[in-house]
Write a protein that binds this ligand. Sequence first.
Ligand code: PEP
Ligand code: MN
Length: 338
Amino acid sequence: MIIVLKPDAPAETADALLKQIADKGLQPLHLPGTERVVLGALGDERVLAELRLESHPHVESVKPILQPYKLVSRELHPHDTIVKIGNLAIGGRGFAVIAGPCAVETPEQMRNTAEAVKAAGAQALRAGAYKPRTSPYGFRGHGPEGLKILREVGDELGLPVVTEVMDTADVDIVAEHADALQIGARNMQNFALLRVVGRAGKPVLLKRGLSAKIEELLLAAEYLLAEGNDQVVLCERGIRTFETATRNTLDLNAIPYIKQKTHLPVVVDPSHGTGIRDLVTPMALAAAACGADGILVEVHENPAAALSDGAQSLYPDQFEDLMGQLRRVATAVGREVA
Ligand code: PEP
Ligand code: MN
C-alpha cells in the first residue's frame, strides 16, 4: 500500500503511521520527497483496513496494491476451483449446462421441461420456487411446494437441482431440497443472506447484481468464502446500462476478467442477460467462446404459457439446437459439453 501524506503533515504523523504499520506486522517504508512524504506498507495490506488511513486528517490518498478480496483471489490461490453440484463439476474442462424453467409452476410443467432439457444434454436443472418479482402482483413462486416438485423431478431424472433462496428464514428448507443455492441478482449484496448461505453447507451460485461492479461481485463471493464455503460459482447475468433494446447488457468482458482475478468458476446466464429468446443462443455460444465455465439457461415446455420470463425462455427444440452448436464451439476452445 502506498500512503501519500498531505503537504502540511507534521513529521510526527509519519512516525506514528510507520509505527502503526509495523505493529500490524507489515514492513513500513519511509519515502520523504521534496514536497510530500510518501509511506509504504509491504505485506498483506488488507490488515490495515481497521486503521482507516483514508480518513486520517493528514493523509491525502491511499493506493492499495493488492485486491481488496483475498480468499477469492488468484493471488493466494492460483489454481482453478472446481465446484461440484451433485455429480456436475463446474470449472474443469467440461462446459456445464444448467437449464430449466424460470419457475416451478406445476409438476407436469417441471417434469416435461426437465425431460426435454435432459434429453438434449443439460447436466443440471434450474427452476425457482421463490421468485424475486419487480411487481408484488407477479407470480412469486410456490415456495416449499415448488421445492418438493423440483427435488422429485431432479431425483427421477438423476439431475442435480439449483434454486434461488431470497430470505435467511428459508435457507434451511432450500438447502434440504437443493444441490446448490442460488443467490439472485437482487440479493447479491444482501450481506445477512450471504453469511447464512455461506454456512449452509451447499454449493452456491452467486449472480451479479443489476448494477454491481465486478469488484463488488467478487467481494460478495468473499463473504461466502469467509464463512468457510469455497464451493461458489459466479454468474454474469447482464447489468443495467443506458441500452433499453435488451432487458440487460450482457457483460462478456466480465468473463475473461473474472477468470484472471479469481479461481472460482464463472457461468453466463444469456436468458436474463438479454431478455429476448432469439438472442439467447448466440450469447450462449459467445459465453463458451470467451471462456465461461458454463451457462444457466431458461427453457420452458411452452414459453407462451410461462408464468414468468416466457419471452426469454427457449422452446425445447431451440435448446436442443443450442446444445448442438455449443458442442462445436466448446470443442473449438478446448472444452467439452457432455
Ligand atoms: C433467475 O435466475 O430466475 C433470476 C431471477 O435471475 P436474476 O436474479 O439474475 O434476475
Ligand atoms: Mn427468470
